[in-house]
Design a protein around this ligand. Structure first.
Ligand SMILES: *Cc1c(COP(=O)(O)O)cnc(C)c1O
Length: 387
């Protein structure tokens, strides 16, 4: 069983023979690898044999410019275009593939949002049963996806941390592979590919700043690891983007720890935010997130819940399409950072659009009354009403 480091109960991270990898993974060879999504980075992923890869087409998401008042270059990493509608697909693709290679016969994971659906989809495709444990108040849309995609779902009358404890019990009793965030080393390997893609898409020069809506922080920690791997291989230099974590003010343990100068984040009591991906009161990798933020010269910022809800319907006109609440939080965070002068007008900023609008709780919505199916009525009432 692969879990936390038995000596200190902290996350284990994968290491590679980077000198060997650098022989075949070069700027030129990457330019020639046109398909395969995140699996184009084979040498830097933990799956040994291609026969164990379960892919639904994850990775290689666009890095798209959007209009932004007061900033000249904001690029959005469109992670919402991944299979299952969020970047959880990256982590689960790699973790499920590697676990199957190691002989996993059953998966288990707690989830309060998108991780459950991603696990269900990849486990089904791999032909391995999965059990997802969700708090009973997890968004219905996420619950439906888990079941519709073929996993067994247990709804627990408790918090995500309670779900994690039940997952550990199931792991021990059934010998299941526990895919809880950072309690195994492979989901982060999938998510780190976002960092590889940033470097490649920006012609091997990292942006000035990265704005990332942070829950468990695997994406942020993964990208930080990816940058180190690329530097060791000589693919980028020593410069790093300033990394900014955005959390909701109803659940901001990383922001609190960052501001008080602590290295570990105390669990957040009474965590609440409609942005389910950010509702993580206690992150196993808290110190990894906080270390990366500090080393990068970035920071952590909490945005008010009402701002998240207010930004969401405005995102389409900025070029985001129907964006999820976590993306809206990141946008609110970037706006606050710009206003505070933390980000300069001419800097290159990458903002993470982590999940599709369809994956978040929908905004309040009332259908308009249907109009009669009558051309006369349309001409008299409908068209003039629109003019
Ligand atoms: C899980 C999730 C997050 C938080 O990601 P971490 O890497 O765990 O911090 C943000 N947005 C969405 C849509 C998510 O599903």
């Amino acid at each position: 069983m692969i879990g936390l480091d038995p000596s200190d109960q902290r996350p284990l991270l994968a290491r590679y023979d980077l000198a060997a990898a650098a022989k075949t993974l070069t700027r030129d060879s990457m330019a020639a690898r046109r398909s395969g999504g995140l699996w184009r980075w084979r040498e830097l992923l933990p799956v040994r044999s291609d026969t164990f890869i379960t892919s639904l087409g994850e990775g290689d998401t666009p890095l798209q410019p959007v209009r932004w008042p007061g900033l000249s270059r904001v690029l959005v990493k469109r992670e919402s275009l991944n299979p299952t509608g969020s970047f959880k697909a990256r982590g689960m693709a790699v973790a499920v593939s590697r676990a199957v290679e190691l002989g996993a016969r059953h998966f288990v994971a707690p989830s309060a949002g998108n991780a459950g659906g991603a696990l269900a989809a990849y486990a089904s495709a791999a032909g391995v049963p999965a059990t997802v444990i969700m708090p009973a108040d997890a968004p219905a849309i996420n619950q439906v996806e888990v079941v519709a995609t073929g996993a067994r779902m247990i709804l627990l009358d408790g918090l995500i941390s309670d779900c994690g404890r039940l997952a550990a019990l199931i792991r021990d009793e059934l010998g299941a592979f526990d895919l809880s965030t950072l309690k195994e080393p492979y989901r982060i390997e999938g998510k780190k590919t976002m960092g590889f893609e940033l470097a490649e898409q920006l012609d091997w020069r990292l942006p000035d700043a990265v704005v990332y809506p942070t829950g468990g922080g695997t994406g942020l920690v993964g990208m930080w690891k990816a940058f180190d791997e690329l530097e060791t291989m000589g693919l980028i230099g020593a410069e790093r983007p300033r990394m900014y974590s955005v959390q909701a003010d109803g659940c901001a343990p990383i922001v609190r720890a960052f501001e008080t100068g602590e290295r570990f984040a105390r669990p957040w009591d009474g965590a609440h935010t409609a942005a389910a991906g950010l509702r993580v009161p206690s992150a196993v990798g808290d110190f990894l997130i906080i270390d990366a933020l500090r080393k990068s010269g970035g920071s952590a910022i909490a945005v008010p819940e009402n701002e998240i809800l207010e930004w969401r319907p405005r995102l389409a006109s900025l070029g985001f399409g129907y964006a999820g609440l976590e993306t809206a939080a990141a946008v609110a965070g970037l706006d606050a950072l710009r206003e505070a002068g933390a980000i300069g007008a001419d800097e290159t900023v990458v903002l993470f659009d982590t999940g599709a609008g369809f994956k978040s709780e929908p905004p309040a919505f009332e259908s308009p009354r249907p109009v009669p199916n009558d051309p006369g009525f349309w001409r008299e009432k409908v068209i003039p009403g629109l003019a």
